[in-house]
Write a protein of this length. Structure first.
Ligand code: SF4
Length: 328
């Protein structure tokens, strides 16, 4: 035993009751901070998408395709806004292209009418038209993250299966329209909405990452280059960049601070659960606060008892590791 402790003192230490008590105390402190930080309410107003990106599981999705009805949408927003919870962001995106939802701009306005909430969408921008761009700029949206996974026609189209020129023209037109609008009479600052360009790092666009940076620097407000994820263990990604999932698994902070609603009003485990394999709640039957309480209780069972029985897919998720989740 002494030899073992000398050889692997740390692994011995982490398996003791004292360490575990200390570890749980630290994690609970972090949970309290995360809860205080507020909740992300992600609403998939449609799961229809006109792109077919290499790293996205959309084409594998078996659940029905549809667009959220108004009653369901308002039910989620009203319940969240009236819950007393601190809402960090409303994200009106899920497994679809939000601009494909013909009511998206009215929906952004509806959320904004409920309070000073931060509202964000993720879009490929390919469906923007001059009219939609004008509506977007007038909508009071806070942030648009544009998926643009390449900077040459050849690579972009091979990754996203969308016409490069159209998407590029639309993004440049949006940036220019925002510049021309400047601050407006409704009180929008010249930098609203924040325009973020995102390129997922894949083997296919590896050579373009530096060019992507150089092209959008000074045009976009921010640039993201995320590593592709394995969608809760359901998809192998062809990318030289990987999350490190070796070693101890850490509880996912999404159990405490994120709710994801699909277009039919169900609350699914998270945005990686593209087929809605783990349904936690349904806005047609219960309030946002109650659904969140159930999800947090699942998180506590994972943390304290190692019980993943109601969310088995978490065990294969590559976002659940210390480096990525940043717990301590
Ligand atoms: S661990 Fe992964 S699958 Fe589980 S809730 Fe977090 S992000 Fe989703």
């Amino acid at each position: 035993m002494t030899k073992l402790i000398a050889r692997r003192p740390f692994s011995y230490l982490v398996n003791t009751a004292v360490y575990r008590k200390f570890y749980l105390r630290c994690i609970h402190k972090e949970i309290a901070k995360i809860e205080e930080g507020g909740v992300f309410v992600n609403i998939e107003t449609t799961n229809a998408c006109n792109a077919d990106c290499l790293m996205c599981p959309h084409s594998k999705m078996k659940r029905a395709s549809g667009t959220m009805n108004e009653e369901t949408f308002r039910g989620i927003v009203d319940s969240a806004a009236g819950s007393g919870l601190k809402i960090r962001e409303f994200v009106l995106s899920g497994f679809g292209e939000p601009i494909a939802d013909k009511n998206i701009f009215e929906r952004i306005a509806y959320v904004k009418s409920k309070g000073p909430f931060y509202v964000k969408i993720f879009s490929n921008a390919s469906l923007l038209t001059p009219e939609k761009t004008a509506k977007l700029l007038a909508s009071d949206l806070d942030e648009i993250v544009i998926s643009f996974n390449g900077i040459s026609k050849e690579i972009y189209e091979s990754v996203m299966k969308l016409p490069f020129e159209k998407s590029m023209d639309n993004v440049l037109a949006l940036l220019e329209a925002r510049r021309l609008r400047g601050p407006d009479a409704q009180g929008h600052s010249e930098a609203k909405p924040k325009i973020v360009l995102s390129c997922v790092r894949l083997a296919g666009n590896k050579a373009e990452v530096a060019k992507f940076n150089a092209f959008w620097k000074g045009k976009a407000d921010a640039i993201l280059k995320p590593i592709p994820e394995n969608w809760s263990g359901s998809m192998e990604q062809n990318s030289p960049w990987k999350y490190d999932i070796k070693g101890r698994l850490w509880p996912c902070r999404g159990m405490w601070d994120t709710l994801d609603f699909t277009w039919d009003g169900k609350t699914i485990l998270c945005c990686r659960d593209y087929d809605g394999r783990v349904v936690i709640g349904d806005i047609k039957k219960e309030a946002v606060k109650d659904i969140l309480a159930r999800k947090r209780a699942m998180g506590i069972r994972q943390l304290e008892n190692g019980d993943y029985s109601d969310a088995k897919i978490c065990k294969s998720c590559d976002t659940m590791n210390k480096n990525n989740i940043n717990w301590l």
